[in-house]
Design a protein. Structure first.
Lengths: 168, 112
């Protein structure tokens, strides 16, 4: 399993997740630094991301949209606060309006990514994600729920099939 | 902290159905039994019973005896757990990290 630890702090509204990859640090940094690579992991398979602007420097922005199965699009952006290749990236992650301007009604959360060499061509990446308020968390939850449920359908079907089999 | 994945999946799975979400919503008041709940839906009693069993196994509802009646009540704590943003958020990142791992593996295979 790639993910090695998850720490959640409900009081501080943060989640820290650590994962280890069987790849050098530079390769893991590329996942963030190359927009074509970023597109391949940021959105779930049913909501692939298209990165339209990508500048990983302090003060720079990344702009993207995600396209759903019905052709529906949602726009988002990152505001880069710190970038130290290949080790550190700090950014605010927000939703955007249809015209690409930041949607200030929806919460912004900040992410701090740390990428470190742990020897043997292996890399540890940790992501600390912080929400500004419990309300912001609720809003993201309300928005993400439907998408998340759609996304999980395949997995859920399998779970339910198991449930049925077990109860026989 | 380790991820309690099976329970989380089960809870999430139980909530991925409109009828079951509706049952959870109605059972918050906790004054209807299985038969009364079944009356709200255009499906057989057995089908509703099945939905209730799935919710019960996911710890989202409980059956409680009140006098001679047995009522279905939502386990609010369970519901909060299922709705917790941090859990959802973790799931989101888990998907991303799985895809990242696939990408770095792909390139390695090509290199060789």
């Amino acid at each position: 399993m790639t993910i090695t630890s998850v720490q959640k702090d409900t009081e501080a509204l943060s989640m820290t997740l650590a994962a280890e990859f069987d790849a050098p640090t530079e390769r893991v940094w590329q996942l963030w630094d190359d927009p074509r690579q970023l597109e391949r992991w940021w959105g779930p398979p049913t909501y692939p991301a298209t990165v339209t602007s990508h500048d990983l420097h302090p003060g720079g922005r990344v702009e993207y949209h995600m396209t759903g199965p019905e052709g529906d699009q949602s726009k988002g952006y990152w505001e880069i606060l710190e970038a130290e290749p290949p080790h550190r990236l700090v950014f605010n992650d927000g939703f955007a309006n249809d015209d690409g301007t930041p949607n200030t009604d929806l919460p912004l959360n900040s992410a701090r990514v740390t990428i470190e060499d742990i020897g043997g061509r292996r890399t540890r990446m940790s992501i600390e994600s912080i929400f500004p308020s419990a309300e912001a968390m609720e809003q993201v939850l309300a928005m993400g729920m439907e998408e998340g449920l759609k996304e999980a359908v395949g997995q859920i079907d399998a779970i339910l099939a198991e449930d049925t089999a077990r109860s026989r | 902290m380790q991820i309690a994945r099976p329970d989380y999946d089960r809870m999430f799975g139980a909530l991925a159905d409109a009828t079951r979400r509706d049952i959870v919503r109605r059972a918050i008041e906790g004054n209807e039994g299985v038969a009364e709940l079944a009356d709200h839906y255009p499906m057989s009693f057995a089908a509703v019973q099945k939905h209730i069993a799935i919710l019960e196994r996911a710890h989202l509802i409980t059956k409680e005896r009140i006098g001679r009646r047995k009522v279905v009540r939502t386990n609010l704590e369970g519901l909060l757990v299922a709705r917790s943003l941090l859990d959802r958020y973790q799931e989101l990142w888990q998907g991303r990290i799985d895809r990242m791992a696939e990408l770095v593996t792909d390139t390695k295979e090509k290199d060789q």
